[in-house]
Design a protein around this ligand. Structure first.
Ligand code: UD1
Ligand code: MG
Length: 448
């Protein structure tokens, strides 16, 4: 079977008024990535020859996001989905393959489903993606003919009571020859309940020409459209459910999957254990046999095999934990490498730093990396031991195997294998406390 080259047409002209946002609707993130980028990423796997994005309201925002990865055409004003797709005609005038109509606010469509639609094109001139809606509400209804083919799409507002009882609904996603698409669109009229040019009318027009239309069905969760914050949250929930299922299918244990939040690019190795209430922001990769204890927030971090994180740890962008490194509770790590087996177990901030292999950083250690203007680096050598409650005032280097006494403020480099302490020497005054108490008590009693 030879597959025609594909031109993707992504509609993103709608205002998204119901989002009540100054951000364009298709730029709101799901799983940490703008919705329209989900569509772009799904398209990557199909390797389309062209991508045309139909923009209108706030077009500069969409154009800035996508840049030179697509051709932009403007729909202004907006007279319906058919009118929107028609704007792509000049950009695709020389295009001989199939057009796939997609939507910037329908982010969860999968490549598998699009492939099924492309396959269905071998026996139909026009393929529409449909779904069985739990509540068909205002969706367009797909009317099938006796042979199971698609006869027409009827918009809710134009549908008869009988047609409204159909629960097979139109997702809006279609695949057909680009030439046929624009030819049919030229004949679409706006004499309907909304006074708009409906893309959906091309099905009836194609059937009138004796062409064949087919429906590919998919699950409703895949074609949810986002028009409001509530629908955005629904799309997020569907994304998270998929990500959790995929993580477990790939060999990670999630003790309470519904409490773990993933990003679009989270990577987990095998035999990773993720305890409850963990949030993966964008850019996290986790090697095999890592344990992420409860209540951690990770973003832009890479964690190598056998490492352990948390509970209650925060890994910020640039945190790199090498093999068997350990980050414990109430520890924040930013732009820092913890080399193999390094341990930072309690109540510590490590930023702009290297912690050498096997080094041990005691409780309450702070790398003082910022002077209010610039950031500076702390370098801790392999096998060094940093006593509790140490302030490391960067830039500063602690040599390999050096020991820093607890409670020190280190402002100068420390040689390998040295002991450094900066606190004042301990003094002890015999019986001072007992005398102080006796004196004070007498004073207080005398006043009564
Ligand atoms: C459309 C379909 C309907 C389907 C539903 C699925 C038509 C006529 N109807 O209805 O059958 O069940 O989607 O959600 O196609 N857009 C533009 N320019 C326009 C109008 C819309 O770019 O002039 C974009 C919107 O931004 C949105 C998409 O097209 O991304 C769908 O538009 P919308 O107005 O939501 O269509 P529906 O009436 O919901
Ligand atoms: Mg809609």
């Amino acid at each position: 079977m030879t597959i025609a080259p594909i031109a993707a047409i992504i509609l993103a002209a709608g205002k998204g008024t119901r989002m009540k946002s100054s951000r364009h609707k298709v730029l709101h993130p799901v799983g940490g990535r703008p919705m329209v980028e989900h569509v772009m990423a799904t398209l990557d796997t199909l390797n389309p020859a062209r991508r045309v994005v139909v923009v209108g309201s706030e077009r500069d925002q969409v154009e800035a996001q996508i840049g030179d990865r697509a051709t932009f055409v403007v729909q202004e004003p907006q007279h319906g989905t058919g009118h929107a797709v028609q704007q792509a005609a000049p950009a695709l005038a020389d295009f001989a393959g199939d057009a796939a109509v997609l939507y910037g606010d329908v982010p969860l469509i999968t490549a598998d489903t699009l492939r099924r639609m492309i396959d269905a094109r071998t026996h139909a001139d026009l393929v529409v993606l449909g779904f069985r809606a739990a509540d068909p509400a205002a969706y367009g209804r797909l009317k099938l003919s006796a042979d199971g083919g698609l006869e027409a799409i009827v918009e809710f507002k134009d549908a008869s009571p009988e047609e409204r009882r159909i629960n097979l609904c139109n997702s809006g996603i279609m695949v057909l020859s680009a030439k046929l698409l624009f030819d049919l669109l030229a004949h679409v009229k706006n004499d309907n309940a909304k006074g708009e040019y409906y893309l959906t009318d091309i099905v009836g027009l194609a059937r009138a020409r004796g062409l064949k239309a087919a429906v590919v069905e998919t699950d409703e969760s895949e074609v949810i459209g986002v028009n409001s914050r509530a629908e955005l949250a629904q799309a997020e929930a569907i994304f998270q459910a998929r990500a959790r299922a995929a993580a477990m299918a790939d060999g990670a244990t999630l003790i309470a999957p519904e409490t773990v939040y993933f990003s679009f690019d989270t990577k987990l190795g095998r035999d990773v254990v993720v305890e409850p209430n963990v949030v993966f922001g964008p850019g996290v990769s986790v090697g095999d046999n890592v344990v992420i204890h409860a209540f951690c927030h990770l973003e832009g971090a890479s964690i190598a095999e056998g490492a352990s994180v948390g509970p209650f740890a925060r890994l910020r962008p640039g945190a790199e934990l090498r093999k068997k490194a350990k980050v414990g509770n109430f520890v924040e790590v930013k732009k820092a490498v913890l080399e193999e087996g390094a341990k930072v177990n309690h109540l510590t901030y490590i930023g702009d730093a290297r912690v050498g292999a096997g080094a041990n950083v005691g409780a309450g250690t702070i790398t003082c990396n910022y002077d209010g203007f610039f950031k500076y680096k702390t370098d801790i050598g392999a096998g060094a031991f940093i006593g509790s409650n140490t302030a490391l005032v960067a830039p500063v280097t602690i040599g390999e195997g050096a020991i820093v006494g607890a409670g020190s403020t280190i402002t100068k480099d420390v040689e390998a294998d040295a002991l450094v302490v900066t606190r004042s020497e301990q003094r002890e005054i015999k019986d001072w406390a007992a005398k102080f108490r006796a004196r004070s008590k007498a004073k207080k009693d005398g006043k009564k």
